[in-house]
Design a protein. Structure first.
Length: 578
């Protein structure tokens, strides 16, 4: 393991003097080249001496034409693994393949971007050899000659190319990486991606958006549900940034025409963060969205997610039932999964068998068997559920009901003595009933198995350091009280409302963090009768639920306003459809 930097090692070995090191460093920074290249250009050290010293410093073999190591092993078809365009652009040459290890001569073995690109492209482990640039390109010229091209063409076409043929050979370069992926830009991309992720975690961002428009790159962070523009990275580094993110998430760096999804984990500020990556082709280039899940920032306590006392009691009562269906609805990013995790974390016990099928697994829960959907091999929500029923489960969590088969399997599980928790993408709680019927569940079966249905949104929490009391517009107050049905219960003149101001603590937004608002409908006999007789009569279902004393989203949000948790404007805007 290296104990010092390479420039320092050159000084300690007597290859350079300290003034020469400083001068070469300044020249490298000014000329945007590597330190070694600057030292050679200044005439401080011959290229061969520099390469030998780098070999000794890194512990990699030194390959040269003189020692015979800079020669390609014949008959291994290495030109098919590393195309000539890639070899010349990135200053590499494949030497030999032994098992799953590919020996590669490189000018700069510390260029981890190129090493990772080679590993992904060849599906091999990479063993770097150090070579000088001059000798490396002589070897490349000798290797990628006409005869190698003829062999490549023969294999590609399945035919035989005559040795005396004058037909020009067409190189079929299957992997084409842009020239932006040169070594110095690769290093900049690594540092820039690290800086972006550190800044995003530090600002509590849930998502990072990186995209390009013509010659402009846009970087945005989603903080507390709102996108904020941040300082854009240089446009010339955009391709290098995309490739670096793809390498981290084990995606195909050469594929730019199709969407790709991946993930990776990292430690930032001594915190473990999972990053879900989505890459999508767009007009000017690929767009990348990174979803950040800070495991340590998630508190899976059902008493701290925003449920009102009555709502929490209904949730826990339903969760302790021996069987039945519990559905949580809401748009993407509304916190449904966190709520269900909190519920499982509260009720889990060694006496019961808990199993989940998710896409993806966002948080690993101790004591609970969690399975990741893998549609490519046939492991879907429905197929996993069928397998679960042979695993003697007590409580089953299904990440999302997306199709009729999954809905029917959930119903069968509930009717055969299992408690099933899942999510649906509907705007409110009662629409979930109509949605399940549309998916093919018979109303009489749904009426007998459904125990609770809830909807969820997230509202921003006022920054406690800068919020200020004020009196909102009377129309807002009247609207909030009317919808929450609290007009007769509260003396409005004695209430304190707070507004967002903004300070250093909350990045000038006036808000810091988010909390859930809910409508929770416990299915009673009257609701069961309505589902059985007229499952799509949402007005009757809602009326029956409200008559039983259940709050809607607006009432839950307005209570947060009266408690000083959020602002009236935020509460009303997030429940505009109520």
């Amino acid at each position: 393991m290296k104990s010092s930097s390479f420039p320092d090692a050159l000084v300690s070995q007597g290859v350079l003097t300290e003034p020469q090191r400083l001068q070469a460093k300044a020249a490298a920074e000014q000329g945007r080249c590597s330190f070694g290249e600057a030292a050679v250009r200044l005439g401080f050290v011959p290229e061969a001496v520099l390469a030998a010293a780098l070999s000794k410093h890194l512990g990699h073999p030194f390959a040269s034409l003189e020692n015979g190591l800079l020669s390609v092993e014949p008959d291994q078809m290495l030109a098919l693994r590393v195309p000539e365009e890639f070899a010349r652009t990135h200053e590499v040459l494949p030497l030999s393949l032994e098992g799953k290890t590919l020996a590669v001569a490189m000018v700069d073995p510390e260029d981890m971007m190129t090493v990772e690109n080679l590993r992904l492209m060849t599906k091999c482990d990479i063993q770097p050899f150090v070579a000088t640039k001059a000798q490396l390109f002589k070897a490349i010229d000798a290797f990628y000659q006409r005869g190698v091209d003829l062999i490549t063409k023969t294999i590609a076409t399945g035919g035989a190319a005559p040795e005396d043929s004058d037909e020009p050979v067409r190189r079929d370069v299957r992997v084409n990486l842009d020239s932006a992926m040169v070594a110095e830009q690769g290093i900049e991309a690594v540092n820039l991606v690290n800086a972006i992720l550190k800044q995003a975690v530090g600002e509590r961002a849930s998502d990072v958006h990186l995209e390009v428009f013509d010659d402009e790159v846009m970087l945005r962070f989603r903080i507390d549900g709102v996108l904020h523009v941040r300082t854009s990275p240089p446009a010339h580094l955009f391709l290098a940034l995309i490739s670096r993110i793809k390498i981290l998430s084990r995606l195909d760096i050469a594929e730019r025409r199709l969407p790709q999804d991946g993930m990776f984990s990292l430690n930032i500020h001594n915190r473990s963060v999972d990053v879900r990556v989505s890459v999508c082709p767009a007009d000017y280039g690929e767009k990348v969205v990174l979803r950040l899940l800070d495991k340590e920032a998630v508190d899976l306590d059902v008493s701290k997610i925003g449920l009102e006392p009555r709502q929490r009691e209904d949730f826990l009562t339903a969760a302790h039932e021996p069987h039945g269906l519990v559905f949580l609805t809401g748009p993407t990013g509304s916190g449904k999964t966190t709520t269900l995790y909190s519920l499982l974390n509260t009720i889990k016990t060694p006496a019961l068998n808990f199993m989940t099928i998710e896409d993806p697994i966002e948080i690993k829960l101790r004591g609970i068997t969690q399975i990741q959907v893998k549609a490519g091999i046939g492991l879907t929500f429905a197929s996993a559920l069928r397998s679960f029923l042979r695993q003697d489960p007590d409580v089953i969590l299904v990440g999302e009901v997306r199709d009729a088969e999954t809905a029917q399997t959930c119903l069968r599980a509930a009717l055969t003595g299992h408690l099933v928790l899942s999510t649906l993408h509907t705007n409110d709680a009662m629409t979930a009933v109509a949605r399940l019927v549309d998916l093919g569940i018979e109303p009489y079966m749904l009426a007998s198995s459904l125990t609770l249905v809830a909807a969820q949104r997230l509202v921003r929490v006022l920054c406690p350091r800068c919020r200020q009391p004020y009196r909102p517009e009377p129309v807002l107050v009247a609207q909030g009280f009317a919808e929450a049905e609290l007009t007769a219960q509260v003396d409005q003149s004695k209430l304190a409302f707070f507004k967002a101001v903004g300070c250093e603590h909350c990045a000038r937004t006036g808000y810091k963090g988010r909390v859930g608002i809910y409508e929770v409908y416990r299915v009673n006999q009257e609701i069961r009768d309505i589902i059985y007789k007229d499952s799509k009569n949402l007005a009757s279902l809602r009326s029956a639920a409200l008559k039983a004393g259940m709050w809607n989203l607006r009432a839950s949000a307005w209570r947060k306003v009266l408690m000083g948790v959020t602002s009236a404007e935020e509460a009303l805007s997030m429940t505009a459809t109520d």
